[in-house]
Design a protein around this ligand. Structure first.
Ligand SMILES: Nc1nc2c(c(=O)[nH]1)N[C@H]1C(S)=C(S)[C@@H](COP(=O)(O)O)O[C@H]1N2
Ligand SMILES: [Mo]
Length: 231
């Protein structure tokens, strides 16, 4: 059985080290108390068992932090864009799909070591997505809130403008499948998988970088592949 996330290396930065020690303490505890206690303590529903192979795309593993995956109904789904913006937006799925489309092909890297090469993504670049909302001068960070509570992560606006970064609604020519984050996920292939938030339902423009789900557990906030505390 693969573990979805190994502990980060000892030499992580102060923030990471604190989180690392926390994880270690819980991990040791679980050796004595068993898995049920670990799940209850961590508040994370079966993280290990949930890393199943994708049922649709070879090479992918499905990562979740909650016990069920969000469902998507195109009639009722909404994407909210709020925070430090002039005009907060609530987009329907059709409205999102009518924004300028971007396509790119890239390799996807999970921090635990698996990769999938040559993934085709279709979606909306963040500059096009945010144009109507109008980020304010102080709004320098995007926080992506997943419908899968409590998964969350951030990108600076500068990172979100990287050439390949987008909010993707298509993967290898198909609408994003449920297990891969339907209907929209973050794609930033320059960074490890944990930055690629699935089931995004809210984008909050803020002025500070709050650590994301895995960053609270020790991984670097700037998750550039090969240049962070992943591999
Ligand atoms: N909502 C949510 N998004 C998430 C995760 C998660 O557990 N929940 N895991 C992240 C990690 S660590 C990786 S490697 C990728 C994996 O993408 P996949 O589940 O589509 O294979 O999703 C990222 N986005
Ligand atoms: Mo990952």
């Amino acid at each position: 059985m693969e573990t979805p996330h190994e502990r980060p290396p000892e030499d992580s930065r102060p923030y990471g080290r604190r989180a690392f020690l926390g994880v270690t303490a819980l991990g040791l505890t679980s050796l004595f108390w068993g898995k049920a206690t670990w799940n209850a303590l961590s508040g994370v529903a079966r993280p290990l068992e949930n890393a199943l192979p994708s049922s649709i795309f070879p090479g992918w593993r499905i990562y979740t932090v909650a016990s069920t995956m969000p469902t998507f109904d195109a009639a009722t789904w909404r994407l909210r864009i709020e925070g430090l913006v002039d005009r907060p937006q609530t987009l329907t799925y059709d409205e999102l799909r009518s924004l300028p489309r971007a396509n790119q092909i890239s390799d996807f890297h999970c921090v635990t070591g698996w990769s999938v090469d040559h993934v085709h993504w279709g979606g909306v670049r963040f500059s096009d997505l945010l144009a109507a909302a109008g980020p304010q001068r102080t709004g320098t960070v995007l926080q992506f809130v997943s419908a899968e509570y409590p998964y969350v992560d951030t990108l600076t606006l500068q990172q979100a403008e990287l050439h390949d970064a987008m909010l993707a609604y298509e993967m290898d020519g198909k609408p994003l499948p449920r297990e891969h984050g339907a209907p929209v996920r973050v794609v930033i292939p320059e960074m490890y998988g944990y930055k690629n938030v699935k089931w995004v339902e809210r984008i909050v423009v803020t002025d500070r970088v709050d650590p994301g789900y895995w960053e609270q557990r020790g991984y670097d906030i700037d998750a550039f592949v090969g240049k962070s505390n992943g591999l």
